[in-house]
Design a binder for this molecule. Structure first.
Ligand code: 13P
Ligand code: SF4
Length: 301
């Protein structure tokens, strides 16, 4: 039997669904029942009917799914798929910041461990960070872990005082200005679409800044026919499927998240078959990290 058919059969037998982020391999995206950016996936995870969720993405995404669905089984096709940025902040610094500022809001990008989320007041994704921080009553914002998204949000909300944390995504951080310039020289009509995890110099050159879903939506709505995409190369699959008449270019050094690419159809099949790699979270961590995630979902409504 083909892998795809075997997966379909097991999904029915085990009452399972497959969720996937746009950065995973095309052959894994093809298997997904739910595919999207981090915000879409967090929303979609709430109140899912299935008993089992196979999460094709990195560990912080699986954790958020478990936190929002504690009674469900969450299986990770490759438990080694992790996000370096998710660990680039610490509870001790949060504690010190809370001592320094009376009215501090700790705003935690969802690309963070559940352990970091539990010390935070509200979570955000790249799709809703500006909207949510703007709604907070607090003047002082400690934004963890991503400094690039924090600087982008701070520019949009000058009335708030941001305290920055030195975390970054190693994939987006290394998009190069000279490579974007070269792509623009080769395709002068192309619009530049960038993810806010990119450094400020890249964002300053861009025609549109947004989450992966935002980029995909913008490319459809824009009258432009060509685009230079400054985010992880997994989005190419959705862009080319949705808009076969438009052209999409990446920098010569394509941004690739090696952790997202660890997920393969064979590993999806393996966990469905065996139930291995179940994501387990301590009850207290689960309970405490649910609050900032739920607050995000409420404020983003
Ligand atoms: P979004 O899914 O919010 O676009 O974030 C990108 C990312 O880096 C996920 O790991
Ligand atoms: Fe983490 Fe960056 Fe990979 Fe997203 S692309 S999972 S932020 S390392």
């Amino acid at each position: 039997m083909l892998i795809k058919e075997e997966i379909e059969r097991l999904k029915k037998e085990k009452d399972a669904v497959i969720m996937a982020h746009y950065y995973v391999r095309p052959e894994v995206q093809e298997l997904a029942d739910y595919i999207g950016d981090s915000f879409y996936l967090s929303k979609a995870a709430v109140g899912l009917d299935a008993k089992v969720i196979v999460f094709c993405g990195v560990s912080f995404m699986g954790e958020s799914t478990k936190v929002l669905n504690p009674e469900k089984t969450v299986l990770m096709p490759d438990p080694c798929a992790d996000c370096a940025m998710a660990h680039m902040a610490d509870a001790e610094t949060i504690r010190r910041m809370r001592e320094m500022y009376d009215d501090l809001a700790v705003v935690c990008y969802v690309n963070s461990t559940a352990e970091l989320k539990r010390h935070s007041d509200v979570c955000v994704t790249s799709a809703n960070a500006v909207q949510i921080v703007r709604k907070l009553p607090n003047k002082n914002i400690f934004f963890i872990p991503d400094r690039n998204l924090a600087h982008y949000a701070a520019q949009q909300i000058p009335e708030k005082h941001f305290i920055f944390n030195e975390g970054f995504c190693p994939v987006h951080e290394h998009v190069r200005v000279d490579e974007i310039r070269a792509a623009k020289a080769a395709h002068p009509e192309a619009e530049i679409l960038a993810h806010p995890e990119c450094p400020g110099e890249i964002l300053a050159m861009s025609d549109y800044i947004g989450s992966t879903s935002g980029i995909i939506q913008y490319a459809g709505e824009s009258s432009a026919q060509e685009f230079i995409i400054s985010t992880e190369n997994g989005v190419r699959y959705e862009l080319e499927n949705r808009y076969p008449d438009k052209k999409f270019y990446f920098t010569v050094t394509e941004p690739v998240c090696k952790d997202m690419k660890l997920i393969t159809p064979e590993k999806v099949l393996h966990v469905l078959k065996t139930g291995e790699n179940e994501l387990k979270l301590d009850d207290e961590i689960c309970e405490e990290s649910r609050q900032p995630l739920m607050r995000m979902l409420e404020l983003a409504r």
